[in-house]
Design a protein around this ligand. Structure first.
Ligand SMILES: Cc1ncc(COP(=O)(O)O)c(C=O)c1O
Length: 402
């Protein structure tokens, strides 16, 4: 059998070099632990980037997928299928939205949201020149539409021109939003809690001001809940904490817990006045296998009281991370909600994350100087204590080196 090192060499020969990967090949998972090819165990505070909410190797989840595989994996959106009907009903219920379109990824959900907003505005005035306001530091995905609303020039530059008519405002700065509004503005889009851009939560007052303004002007509020949704903040969707309901929202990542799925959802007002027959489509979106994943995920969220656990584990994680902020000079602050947290360092985070991996702890960054904590949502206080012990030993080594 080939060794882990050999596989890594082969990967470097075969795969396009779009990632600087950590030098590990993960082989299997169980609960909150991952195992590499050599059998080494890792405590996982990344969860496949906020995906594997239920933990690895959940037997009910695995069995539901196996059952669906034995029945039928794919038909086509030209026909109905029971798993997608059930999934749409459940998603409507947990989100309070009215209409669902299933996609295969987060970026595609954002694409759909942009198209729905443009079509809504087009139907109102027949113009094809509408603008969308997105936020600086945002991240919405790598496809051209999603990239166009991503507020980090580094990701966009080589791929210009973007889709056009996008303006960038500052999150939590209502004046900055207002200064970007024109009579062409059709939508304001942001993550309720910014992830990749540095774990910046939208403040309640900002959300409420933007929402009221959108209502007054019939501008659509689009909230991207791809990373911060699905229970991660202690609410099924982060906007529910503030009661600020969007006109359109996106969801993905933990929605399928590993099966690639996403969705954009809208209110009846938008649903009845935007995308219609022939306007949008996907071969795979909401196919029986993808929908079976959504169904079992939503069932297990309820059965296993996942959101209750996030509330308990999330506040414990906050407390422990705040402890590190007071203890270590190299940590500037903590930001985040529930089980989506960031430690902002006064230095790059890369070598701490690499050290942690060597010691059997999986962490990721958000930007160069932020350690991001997005563990499986079944994480316990004991797991958090274990994580803190490893992280502290990394921080101590770095501090002594300095
Ligand atoms: C907030 C947000 N939106 C969109 C995306 C894109 O999702 P995907 O990678 O599934 O295309 C991401 C991915 O990290 C995200 O965090």
């Amino acid at each position: 059998m080939e060794t882990m090192k050999q596989y890594i060499q082969e990967a470097e020969q075969a795969l396009l070099h779009t990632y600087n990967r950590y030098q590990v090949v993960f082989d299997k998972g169980d609960g909150v632990y991952l195992y590499d090819m050599e059998g080494k165990k890792y405590l996982d505070f990344c969860a496949g980037i906020a995906v594997f909410a239920l933990g690895y190797n959940n037997q009910k989840y695995n069995n539901a997928l196996k059952e669906q595989i034995d029945k039928i994996i794919h038909t086509s959106n030209y026909y109905y299928n029971v798993p997608s009907i059930e999934a749409a009903k459940k998603l409507k219920e947990v989100s309070g939205m009215d209409r669902v379109f299933f996609t295969n990824s987060g970026a595609e959900a954002v694409e759909g949201a942009i198209k729905a907003a443009r079509k809504y505005a087009y139907l109102k005035d027949g113009s094809t020149d509408h603008e969308i306001i997105a936020m600086e530091h945002s991240f919405h995905g790598r496809t051209m539409g999603a990239l166009s609303v991503t507020g980090n020039p580094k990701y966009r530059e080589a791929f210009e021109p973007m889709i056009g008519n996008i303006r960038f405002a500052k999150i939590n700065d209502f004046e900055s939003v207002l200064s970007n509004v024109t009579d062409k503005t059709c939508a304001i889009l942001f993550e309720t809690l910014q992830g990749e851009g540095g774990i910046f939560p939208a403040e309640e007052s900002f959300l409420k001001q933007v929402k009221a303004f959108c209502e007054e002007k019939d501008i659509l509020l689009i909230l991207d809940e791809i990373q911060c949704g699905m229970g991660r903040t202690g609410y099924m969707y982060a906007w529910q904490k503030y009661g600020v309901k969007p006109d359109i929202m996106t969801t993905a990542k933990a929605l399928g817990c590993g099966v690639p799925v996403g969705a954009f959802l809208m209110t009846e007002k938008v649903g009845a006045n935007s995308l219609t027959s022939g306007d949008h489509g996907t071969t795979y979106g909401g196919n029986p296998l993808a929908a079976a994943a959504i169904n079992i995920v939503l069932d297990l969220f309820e059965e296993n009281h996942i959101i209750d656990n996030v509330k308990v584990a999330g506040s414990y994680l906050e407390e422990k991370l705040d402890g590190l902020v007071s203890e270590y000079d190299l940590i500037e602050t903590r930001r985040g909600l529930g089980l989506m947290q960031g430690l902002v360092l006064r230095r790059p985070a890369g070598d701490i994350i690499t050290k942690a991996l060597e010691k059997g702890l999986v962490l990721i960054n958000a930007g160069t100087n932020i350690i991001r904590f997005v563990p499986p949502l079944i994480i316990t206080k004991e797991n958090i204590d274990d994580m803190i012990v490893i992280l502290k030993s990394c921080l101590d080594e770095i501090t002594h080196q300095a």
